[in-house]
Structure formats: structure tokens, C-alpha cells
Design a protein around this ligand. Sequence first.
Ligand SMILES: Cc1ncc(COP(=O)(O)O)c(C=O)c1O
Length: 283
Amino acid sequence: MSRTVFLNGDYLPEEDAKVSIFDRGFLMADGVYEVTSVLDGKLLEFDGHVKRLERSLGELDMGKPKDFDNLLEIHRELVSRNNVDQGGVYLQVTRGVADRDFVFPKDAEPTLTLFTQSRPLLDTPASQTGIKVVFSDDIRWGRRDIKTVQLLYPSMCKMMAKAAGADDVWLVEEGLITEGSSNNAYIVKDNQIITRDLSNDILHGITRASVLIYAREAQMEVVERAFSPAEAQAADEAFITSASTFVLPVVSIDGAQIGEGTPGPVSRRLREIYIDESRKRAI
Ligand SMILES: Cc1ncc(COP(=O)(O)O)c(C=O)c1O
């Protein structure tokens, strides 16, 4: 049975949802997106994702789609129609359809698409074993704070990681780690949780914001600063965060085993706290 997806105001079977070849998302990656996780059929961190979407649209001078104020209802409807218990809702807004030109079109109507993906989020194999990351140069553009659909380099990074027998990359720029290909990066040293401070160099993770609040509430010490590859390899623990992985332990960094090579206590505790707290707040 095919999924029901959403396209510009309509709920459609996925095979009937068609977008023009002149859509600027297709031609120029002129679009932004969000992924909201679903647990127990409810949305996690919905408000955070919509706020970041609004910011991404504003930074790119892109109009809001007509249904912007109905996004909660659309998310819920798709989760319900597709019987999603665990998984995510992918949302994309592009600048819309216009004849190909570098200049932004004046009156294009933004294209809004949403679809669901069902997949286990809680007891995944990676959450039990932890993941391995390798380093890669961060050659992305300078506005990584905007969640655009330009995902070619992150895709290449995942392929490079796979070829190297790892799960993901940690990106390195000017001798410092920025973030993972689709997640924020953290190390733990002497019980201090260290993660890069916010700037245009990284995506301002919605999960990151909540995890740092919960960590501080649990009296854990958090330091927001950049750290080097060498510091990462000498860490007691490491982990990543993202909407779809929550808090996920990292047990190997570019060939260096971290701690005992198994998920450490701080990462495990933060994962538990994050899942408990976001579940309580799910809508
Ligand atoms: C580059 C990058 N950094 C960080 C994140 C984590 O952000 P969030 O916690 O909002 O999913 C993502 C998520 O896709 C990402 O692509």
C-alpha cells in the first residue's frame, strides 16, 4: 500500500504527487527542509522545527507556503493516515516553479511537500553498540545554519564513511570539528560535555538545544566551544545528536577507540533523559 503524502494543499497517494521540472528545488536546490520525529504516534519538538523552518525561509528571502499556519494539523493527519508509530515526517519548502534563472522569481508560489517514514527510533542496533566516525574536510558553504536541501556533500560524506568501514563523518575546518554530516558532535572529557558553539558554521540542532537544557538541569557541566580532532580522539566519551537519532554514542573516532569502545555512562544517561523528556512533551 502506498503512503499518503501532502503536496500544496492536497493529500495524495505518493505515486500521484507530481512536481514540475521547473521547480527551483529540483533545478537549483533552492529549498529548505525539516524532519520531525514521531514516537508513539506523536510529534517530538514540533515547535522547534517550525521556528527553525521560519528562520530558514526568512534568511533565504523565501515566502511562507500558503499552509504554513496549518503545519501541525498536516503533520498529525499524515501520521494518522499512514499509521506511523515510530519514524518521522519530512517537510520541504522550495521557492516554487519559475522559468530557469539565477535571479529569484518575483511571484512564484512556494512548493510545500510532506511525507512520512516509518522506522524504529528507540532500540536501534546503533544505540546499543555506538557508531564509528571518520574525519573529513568541511567544504560546505558558509551558511550551515540554514537547513537547505543542498545535501550532496553530506551524502558523499556518508558514502566515504561507509567505504572506510564507519557510520558517519565528523567534519573538520581550520583544525576544528564543526559537526557530523547530519548531526551535531559532542565529546565528554572529565565529565564536561563539550560541543561547538552556535554560529553560521553549524546547523542549530533542535535536539542539541534540548539536550543542553536537560544536561544542565541534571547538573551536568556543558561547555559550548570548538574542539580539535586530537581532543576528540582523546575524549572519555563522544556522541552525536539529531532529530532522528536522539543522542547516539560514538565509540570510535577516525580509528581511535573512545573509552572502552562501548557507549559511555554520560551518553547513555543523556539518551535516556532526552527520550523521556521529549516523550513527555510530544504533541
Ligand atoms: C548538518 C546537520 N547538523 C545537525 C543536525 C541536527 O539537527 P536536529 O537536531 O535539529 O535534527 C542536522 C539534522 O539534520 C544536520 O543536517
